[in-house]
Design a protein. Structure first.
Length: 238
């Protein structure tokens, strides 16, 4: 493989979570993904993978079928039951090459299925193809009234006015825009925006909501970030 031959679509490196318990395979795959321009995080079991998905927010997951604490198939099914990860691109890696096994894997929620042994070129091509298919949804601008958030450029605008946001306020706004009219408690926002393994007080959410509203205040869009007394916060145009 020539350096630079394969690259993810976005200029910011796409993050791949590799879930594989066999260290030699994990190291080989991670090395080739790194050479192809991806950022790689690794997990050797399902428990670690679940924590990393919450904390690292990968763009795609590669998961082995056979894992020490549970099966990769069960991990995929669990992710598909979670609204936050329902559309997360997933490729299953496995030595099981029979058609029946492939059908089980795909019906279980995997988007693609790569059998071992595989070439790095094939795997990277499949990753790029899956990321392209999902890009229309994940990279599409989020809009509500005059408010617009562009995930590709990370720009937030209200009409012709660009709004400067810190990283946490940006993630908070993005999550609320992706889930309008739904009320989220402070604990739920901590899990979804900060990550399940980040231990901070719930009042931290209030601090960042205030900062987000202050940034949106001059444009009048702060009214969309609403407090629901006794319940939490929601984004609403009403």
């Amino acid at each position: 493989m020539q350096p630079g031959e394969f690259h993810p679509k976005a200029m910011t490196p796409r993050k791949i979570l590799l879930v594989e318990d066999e260290a030699p395979i994990r190291q080989m795959v991670a090395f080739n993904l790194g050479r192809a321009g991806f950022a790689v995080v690794e997990a050797e079991d399902c428990a670690t993978a679940r924590a990393m998905i919450a904390d690292e927010r990968p763009d795609l997951v590669l998961v082995d079928w056979m894992l020490p604490d549970s099966s990769g198939l069960e991990l995929i099914r669990m992710l598909r039951r979670d609204e936050a990860n329902r559309d997360l691109p997933i490729i299953m890696l496995t030595a099981r090459a029979e058609e029946r096994e492939k059908v089980i894997g795909l019906d279980g929620g995997a988007d693609d299925y790569v059998t071992k042994p595989f070439s790095p070129r094939e795997l990277i091509s499949r990753i790029n193809a899956l990321l392209r298919r999902s890009a229309s949804a994940t990279d599409a601008p989020l809009e509500a009234g005059d408010l617009r958030l562009d995930p590709v450029s990370h720009r937030v605008t209200v009409g012709d006015r660009e709004i400067g946001l810190g990283p946490t306020e940006y993630r908070l706004l993005k999550f609320l825009l992706e889930n309008p009219e739904r009320v989220y408690s402070r604990g739920q926002l901590l899990d979804r925006v900060w990550g399940q393994n980040v231990y901070v007080e719930e009042r931290t959410v209030d601090v960042h909501v205030r900062r987000l509203r202050k940034a949106l205040e001059e444009s009048g869009a702060d009214r969309f970030v609403q407090t629901v007394r006794g319940a939490g916060y929601r984004f609403s145009l009403h």
